[in-house]
Structures are given as C-alpha cells and as structure tokens.
Design a protein around this ligand. Structure first.
Ligand code: ATP
Ligand code: MG
Length: 543
C-alpha cells in the first residue's frame, strides 16, 4: 500500500466526500503522451478502480497557442490502449464561462485586480523568496475600475500582454506563488475548441483547482512540481467557497536514457531526429506500442515503479524486464534467421520437403502448433557456426553435432569459402532417426539451433533499435550543448531476415507479438505489406 492509498483509505474511513473516490487525468493536449504520463494514468485510473470510484479525462486546454485536436485524439487512443476508460470527458475550456464569473466575483470582493505592468516589471517586483516583493502601483485600483478594465480585456480592447488580472494575496509571502499570481492573460489566439470566443485565457493555477472542483474530484493527484502550487490551489477554492478537492503530489517518473518532456519530444519529431511521434525509439506511448511493448507490460512497469514522494530515476531495464515477462507468456514463437549462412544437408534427398511441427508457445498449451517446411538447403545464423571452436562453444563446428529445432540432429562435414575467406556454405549430414517420433529422437546433443528453408523462407525487413540516447541522463549536458548532442547515432539498424513462409500479412497483423526463437521479441510493424513484412525488435530475450 502506497501513501496515496493510505490517504484515500483514511478518507473513506472517515466518510469524507461521502466515502467516494473521484480522480482525473488532466493532460494538456500539446503533444503525445509519454511513459511518464502512463504512470500518472495507471495511478489515477488505478486508484479509481481500486476504490470503486470514477476517473475523468480532462484536457487542460488553457493555452490555445500550443494545443491541437490531433493531440486530443492521440491521448484518447493511448489511454484506451493502456486499458482504461474514463467516466467522463471534459475540457478546461468547458469552464471558461464559469471561471470568468469567478474572476469577477474575486474582483468584487477586492481579491483580484487588473495590472498594467509589463511581464518584466511583474517578475522583477515579485522579488526573491528571502525578501518581500514590491507591490504593483495598480494594486489598489477600485473594484469599479478593475471590473471595467477586466470586462474590456475580455471584449478585446487591449493588445496581448498589455494587462493581466492578478489575485491580490501577499507580496511578502515566502511562497512565491502567493505573490499576487496571474489569473488571466490577454491572448488573441484561436482556441481549438472555443475558436475566437475568448481573447483572455485563465492561467493553470486559476483553472486547475476550479476544474477539479466543478467535476467533484475528491483526490487531485499530480506530480511534485505542483507541491508549491498547492497553497494557491487551496486559496482559490476557499476564496470562492467551492468544493475543495485534496491535491496530492507524487514523484514524477524519470527513466535512464530517456527524455520525458513534450517540448523535447516535439523537437525530435520536428527536426527529424526520429520518424514521427510513434517512432519505436520514442518514449511516447504510441512509440512503445509500435516497438512492441504490451499495455499489460507498461501497467506492470507502472506498478513496479511504485509511488514515491521524492524524485528518483528508474532504470530503463525495469521496463524491458516487464516486457519480457509478459511477452514470454503471450508472444507467438517463430523461427527467423537474421544473419544467414547457407547450410546444405548433403545426404538429404534433393527435392524432399518435410513439414515439421513447431510449438507456437510453450507457455500456452492453447496456442497450438504450426508446420514449418524443411528441405535440403537451410539458412542458419552465421554466429551458430565457428570454424575454430573452443571447448565452450557448443554449437556447430566441423565434426560436431547440433539439433535443428523441431527437426534432425546434423553433423558438420566441411565448409566452402569465397576468395575473400568468407564462409559461403556449410555442409553437413543428417541422422534420419533423430526426427521427433523416430527411435533416436531423444538423443542429446549440446545445442539446438533455429533455421529457415532457403526455398521457402520469406525475406522480411527487421528494424533493430538501440537506445535513442547514448548517455543515461541526456538532459545533463555540458556548456553549450543540448540533449540533442546526446543522441545515439546508432539507434536504428535495418536488417533483412528470413522468416517462416506461414507468416502472411494478415496473420502477422493479427498476431502482432512474436518471439523470434533464440533472438528476442519482435513486433509486426504497420509498415508491413504483402510483399515485405516489417518487424521491430522490442527487446532481447535476456538482459
Ligand atoms: P511535459 O513536461 O512533458 O509537457 P506535463 O506535465 O506538462 O508534461 P501534462 O499534459 O500537463 O504534461 O501532464 C498530464 C499529467 O501527467 C499531469 O498530472 C502530470 O503531472 C502527469 N505527468 C507528466 N509527466 C509525468 C511523469 N514523468 N511522471 C508522472 N506523471 C507525469
Ligand atoms: Mg503541464
């Protein structure tokens, strides 16, 4: 049980909020969601589920300049893919009328004023935490003058940035957020939902708590950077005498070799460092999905990370661990050869083809079996043969035996090389009695290797990813450098692979999650066509 559970259970015990739990996930639709948001989603929706409550989806769309419906759609898709459904879908912009009424109310009560100071003057006069700030010369305007100016701000009479509405709280407060925070600014911009109806927009602090309040949110869970905003959150709820949700902060998720900022992700996309928001190297939810992480593995990761009160950095290998653990249970096994060298079975009949029965998933008896064609000429991995093998190398070498998975034991006889000394053919003989069901099928050899029939296998494109960043903390840069200087230039390698002929476009798009035996987990990429399948490597089989 984490500390948020404890707070909620105590509230329920005391009958607070009629013992109900109502949370929300409040993204700003200014980019795609990343794995950090997934943590917040799992927490908010998870708490609601655990305590038989509800969780809203609320778009925090108070900044028209950066927001877009493209982002709204992607956010909804990602939440649903993660396995959650919101009780209701709301927009902070739905509350612009109410927020405006509340702003006038605070003006009427002498708790807000219109300030004509410039941005620079306002920040300068706010001062530093150790010394009181300087009160604005406009601070003591009359209610009438404030109301008149605020209404004219709304009516569009003033240019952007010329005036703001500020709460009149305490210019000497040690909490900088209390030094007359800005409530409204003038912004002549078209909003993705309200169009040109408004040219003044509420600031986060004047919108968030009130939106929570309107929706009857009980526990407003957010990340630690909002801890210093909490007194203000409380102040507005009290000043307006409205339902007062409890804001609870937890540590945001940070992960090694990753950046977790929409602004930086946007830069990666816009400057073509990656191929879009859903590039499998991206920390976005859609990128992780396309990489082949399952929703369940991301949920398990969020659970494993836990809920902390202090900032920390999670090792990205934990996410890979969670992926392997789930994919091992669900991924369909298949044999693919990625770095092929030709194996010729000299004593195998020239035109014979046998259909070998292969197990689709040893972890799942219901997954059944499939047939894989076997013939005289096969592709095997170059790394599974070694000319000068030492004692520790158990795979194929001259005069040594291995088992070809689901087929026979073979013994290497000789190899053929080209002029440059590269091995072009490996010759072997097979023992017909070692096929499954035959008398010697249980004969033990030290290694089993996978294969693909040269005549039958299909060529596919295999995308192998490395970390997008070369260093564990990409945001930590030297003078004059940016996180972009920490990009890993080798993060994408495109290879060819030989896949089983049974993998049709229709089938792989349906199955999606594969384990290429002995190589790792792979995901069927939507770029796949009838002519060419494309797979993304999700993770290797082992750390
Ligand atoms: P960014 O800095 O990437 O723009 P943000 O915090 O501005 O992120 P929002 O859309 O405001 O993004 O976030 C929606 C919710 O997700 C907020 O409640 C926020 O606290 C939470 N969140 C964002 N990033 C993380 C993270 N790394 N870990 C946990 N929760 C996060
Ligand atoms: Mg934000």
């Amino acid at each position: 049980m984490n500390f948020i559970d404890q707070i909620i259970e105590e509230d329920i015990r005391q009958g607070k909020n009629d013992a109900k739990v109502h949370t929300r996930f409040p993204p700003e639709p200014n980019g795609y969601l990343h794995i950090g948001h997934a943590k917040s989603i799992c927490l908010n929706f998870g708490m609601a589920k655990k305590y038989n409550g509800l969780c809203n989806l609320r778009f925090d769309d108070t900044n028209p300049v950066k927001e877009d419906t493209e982002y709204v759609d992607s956010i909804k898709e990602d939440i649903q893919w993660l396995g959650f459904q919101w009780a209701a879908e709301y927009y902070a912009s739905d509350y612009f009328d109410q927020l405006y009424i509340w702003a006038e109310q605070l003006i009427q009560e002498g708790l807000a004023y219109v300030d004509d100071s410039t941005q620079e003057e306002i920040s300068k006069n706010r001062g530093v935490p150790t010394a009181p700030g300087i009160e604005s010369p406009y601070r003591n305007r009359s209610v009438e003058e404030n109301l008149d100016l605020f209404r004219r701000m709304r009516a569009g009479e003033f240019p952007d940035g010329s005036r703001v509405l500020r709460a009149k709280i305490d210019m000497a407060s040690p909490n900088m957020h209390f030094r007359d925070p800005i409530m409204y600014r003038i912004l002549h911009a078209t909003h993705h939902r309200t169009g040109d109806k408004w040219c003044i927009y509420p600031m986060y602090d004047f919108a968030h708590g009130q939106s929570d309040s309107i929706e009857g949110i009980t526990h407003s869970i957010c990340t630690l950077e909002f801890e210093v905003h909490r007194p203000l959150y409380d102040w507005f709820c009290e000043a307006l005498r409205i339902h007062h949700p409890q804001q609870i902060e937890f540590a945001r998720l940070n992960m090694t070799y990753t950046i977790m900022s929409k602004r930086k992700m946007l830069q990666l996309v816009k400057e073509h460092h990656v191929n879009g928001w859903d590039d499998p190297r991206m920390p976005t939810i859609c990128g992780l999905r396309r990489r082949g992480y399952t929703a369940e593995s991301i949920r398990n990761f969020a659970e494993a990370v836990g809920v902390a009160k202090r900032d920390n950095i999670i090792d990205v290998s934990l996410l890979d661990f969670c992926a392997r653990e789930h994919l091992n249970k669900v991924a369909t096994r298949t044999m693919t050869v990625l770095d092929p060298v030709k194996l010729i079975i000299d004593n195998y009949p020239e035109d014979q083809v046998e259909e070998m029965e292969a197990v689709n998933n040893p972890e799942d008896p219901n997954a059944g079996t499939r047939k894989v064609p076997f013939a005289k000429e096969l592709w095997i991995e170059r790394a599974d043969f070694r000319e000068n093998a030492d004692k520790k190398f158990y795979r194929l070498s001259i005069d040594r035996e291995v088992r070809l998975k689901y087929a026979y034991i073979i013994k290497c006889t000789h190899i053929v090389k080209d002029d440059a000394g590269n091995i072009t053919e490996i010759h072997c003989t097979y023992d017909p009695n070692t096929r499954s069901g035959m008398p010697d099928s249980n004969r033990k050899v030290k290694a089993t290797i996978h294969w693909a029939s040269v005549k039958h296998a299909k060529k596919a494109e295999i995308r192998i990813f490395d970390r997008l960043f070369a260093v564990p903390d990409p945001d930590n840069c030297e003078e004059g450098k940016t996180f972009l200087d920490n990009l890993n230039p080798e993060s994408l390698k495109i290879q060819e692979g030989w896949v089983e002929p049974g993998l049709t476009l229709e089938k792989v798009m349906d199955t999606k999650y594969y384990q290429f035996e002995r190589l790792g987990y792979f995901y069927a990429d939507p770029d796949s066509t009838e002519e060419k399948l494309v797979f993304n490597k999700t993770v290797s089989l082992k750390q």
